[in-house]
Write a protein that binds this ligand. Structure first.
Ligand code: GUN
Length: 265
């Protein structure tokens, strides 16, 4: 099933499961900028919520908001019993310490799964694992390559693949090209999240049944592009757009519902 089809069908299942609830899950998004990319992400999250029967609210603050003010808002949201969960949209303005904000969000309300004590996983890696499972892809004993080591994607992705019993290698911007080629040629599953448009291209050799999961997203006058060029000679390659972005949105809604169920059972 394509990711678009999977997204639509999973959304329908979630909508059906929430339909008869008297008290709907309540979700809050905090955004501290007016950046076009963040606006687009936030819009998607609010749209998904509305379609699923989740009540959602956006608190949009100016770029000039102080760290202190944001921390005090987070404290209030942590205490508010009406709210099941919330996220603070990243990236934050430079004068705000991202790590401090992540740690201030109560693990009980952390829909992003960013807090080290959260029982939930970050949405992009979790969404990717869910889709691979749905497609019946066997992960155990496979050679998984994670390209990129960000806190949001690369590091948690490697951890989740390890939990699936993959042999996991992480490479990054400082990996030598000759080594990168060797790892790519040997990989059964490649998750690329290095933030370089078209980084994986025909100059690499791939296993013919390899799976490429493309987390990259760069924008230019021709639209959105991933970290891999389209149509590489592999078994499966996720598209951009219409790929991992949708999987992340699903995992976010699923995390929120897990928190709701914890609160209402
Ligand atoms: N910015 C890009 N991806 C994400 C995400 O998954 N969560 C948050 N809070 N911000 C993001």
């Amino acid at each position: 099933m394509t990711i678009k089809e999977y997204f639509a069908s999973r959304k329908q299942e979630i909508r059906d499961s929430l339909f008869s609830l008297e008290v709907k899950p309540h979700f809050v998004v905090v955004q501290v900028n007016d950046d076009p990319a963040s606006n687009a992400y936030v819009k998607g999250k609010l749209k998904d919520s509305a379609e699923l029967g989740i009540t959602a609210e956006l608190i949009k603050l100016p770029e000039s908001t102080s760290e202190e003010k944001l921390l005090s808002l987070i404290k209030k949201l942590n205490k508010n019993q009406e709210i099941d969960g919330f996220i603070v949209q990243m990236p934050l303005p430079r004068h705000i310490d991202q790590q401090k904000i992540k740690l201030a969000i109560s693990p009980e309300k952390d829909v992003d799964g960013f807090h080290p004590l959260s029982s939930l996983n970050p949405c992009t890696p979790q969404g990717i694992i869910n889709y691979l499972h749905h497609e019946g892809i066997v992960l155990q004993s496979k050679n998984a390559l994670v390209i990129g080591r960000s806190e949001i994607v690369g590091k948690p992705m490697a951890k989740l693949l390890l939990a699936e019993n993959c042999n996991v290698t992480t490479v990054h911007s400082k990996t030598l090209r000759e080594d990168m080629e060797r790892y790519v040629a040997n990989a059964d599953i490649i998750v690329v999240a290095i933030g370089r448009q078209g980084f994986l291209d025909e100059s690499f050799t791939y296993k013919k049944d390899a799976i490429i999961v493309d987390v990259g997203i760069s924008r230019d006058e021709n639209g959105l592009h991933g970290d891999a060029v389209p149509n590489l000679p592999v078994g499966l390659q996720t598209p951009v757009p219409g790929g991992v972005g949708l999987l992340t949105r699903l995992a976010l809604m699923e995390n929120l519902i897990k928190i709701y169920e914890r609160n209402h059972n």
